[in-house]
Design a protein around this ligand. Structure first.
Ligand code: ITT
Length: 199
């Protein structure tokens, strides 16, 4: 099956390609198809916006991820607004801004959430969600990954996501968990659709 990966984030592309290798899908880039503005207020809404736009524009099934970091001491912020946190324009600036907001704060608990949606050109959607709990360091560690990875230590580990390989991060991460659910559902071909019959 040819599937468009509807993201402009190269870090997500790498993780999605590595996680779905076993399916034998032919993953394709956006090839100039623009992604819509993320006007939703939930991960599900924004993932659906991106996946549907790409599926309609290309006529192919399209996969999108909407994700974010929810920080306990900030009441769950930045959440769905993680990519624009503090109106900062780079990962480095957003990490510095987050550290600044958490300066002197004892409660370092945070949660990563990922919602992956596979949209078909006929409008059918499959939705998968993954979460991981962890804590935020007081300074960055590690060179791998993207976004807030250098600050986030998942529960049960001592390394940040940026100190892990793609495969190590996949086993634990929010996106890895959402993609594992997709992989499981597609183990023996596309999952059956629920049929709603009108009497
Ligand atoms: P697309 O919309 O084009 O997919 P994006 O980066 O704008 O790319 P989102 O709108 O879903 O994606 O924003 C999610 C942000 O949350 C992302 O930019 C990172 O800052 C952060 N984030 C999500 N998953 C992450 C991960 O696995 N590691 C580190 N940061 C992550």
């Amino acid at each position: 099956m040819r599937v468009v990966v509807a993201t402009g984030n190269p870090g997500k592309v790498r993780e999605i390609a590595e996680a779905l290798e076993g399916l034998g899908w032919q993953l394709e880039g956006l090839n100039g198809v623009p992604l819509p503005e993320e006007t939703g207020t939930t991960y599900e809404e924004n993932a659906a916006l991106k996946a549907c736009a790409a599926a309609v524009a290309t006529g192919l099934p399209a996969l999108a991820d909407d994700s974010g970091l929810e920080v306990s001491a900030l009441g769950g912020q930045p959440g769905v607004y993680s990519a624009r946190f503090g109106h900062r324009s780079s990962d480095l600036e957003r990490n510095l801004y987050l550290l600044e907001r958490l300066r002197g704060v004892q409660d370092r608990r945070a949660k990563f959430v990922s919602v992956v949606i596979l949209a078909y050109p006929d409008g059918h959607l499959e939705t998968y969600r993954g979460e991981v709990l962890g804590t935020l360091l007081e300074g960055p560690r590690g060179e791998n990954g993207f976004g807030y990875d250098p600050l986030f230590v998942p529960d049960g580990d001592t390394r940040t996501f940026a100190e892990m390989s793609l495969a190590e991060k996949r086993v634990i991460s929010h996106r890895g968990r959402a993609l594992a659910a997709l992989l499981q559902a597609h183990r023996s071909g596309p999952p059956a659709r629920e049929v709603i019959r009108a009497e």
